[in-house]
Design a binder for this molecule. Sequence first.
Ligand code: NAP
Length: 267
Amino acid sequence: MAGKDFDGFVVLVTGGSTGLGRAIAVETAARGAEAVIINYASSQAEAEETARQVESHGAQAVLVQGDVGEDADCRRIAAAAEPFGRIDALFNNAGVTKFAPNHADLDAVNADDFLRLYQVNVVGAFQMVRAARALLEAGDRAGAVVNTASIAGVTGIGSSVPYAASKGAMNTMTLSLARALAPKIRVNAICPGFIDTPWFGKAMPDDTVARMREGVIRSTPLQAASTAEDIAGAAVFLASPASRHVTGETLLVDAGTHLGFASLSMR
Ligand code: NAP
């Protein structure tokens, strides 16, 4: 059983072209998934590379371009699972941000930033659940939804105020949907800290990313800058049979970032 706990699973990953989404797609394939549907927005070549890695583990890969902020696209993405008759695991992983790390600079963000981030990070995940609901309910076991939220949504840190707010909303939505969709669908979330993915390099120079990586290693209790592979296992756990009695949970996967750094000195 160990190592093949996704035997026969039909998996759908949004934002599967790069980073955490790719790592989740490949991890489920390595653990025995029958088919992995890989959604991407614009990075077709990277999504094709994810598909190659999925197929190297013997799973069928299905690529679907689509913007999860658009309801019609979400329905088309979910429909890619129809030939398989069900979805066992939906990973709502697609996400966007605006980098405005000085949260005190209230003029660095505007209403359009909030709406754009909510449209993808919150509305997109909701629309995907709605589009996939019947397929998530169609299998013998409860379908699993795993939302990629963030430590930003728990502590308010992160790339900008709208980003943290959107991930906080995703965590609340995880609770609402877990209650509403039980017992046929489980809904959980992971809250990663820093993950070393293309996320940062898309928005800032390499030397800035390198400084950030070093800062994370210095400041996290586990002294680690997590890779996508370090985080994927926790996401996949929440869709696996081992978590079959877990729903409405937000799992912090942040190398201890949420613990803060002040140890209690008795001297
Ligand atoms: P990434 O490599 O940049 O991946 C982002 C993914 O989201 C890409 O596959 C991208 O597709 C997709 N995407 C963006 N907008 C989309 C849309 N409208 N519709 C469909 N797909 C869309 O970054 P990552 O770090 O792996 O991010 C994955 C998730 O982790 C995000 O939800 C992010 O908020 C979360 N997260 C990241 C960190 C971190 O430190 N990196 C920390 C906590 C949480 P295209 O490439 O095709 O545009």
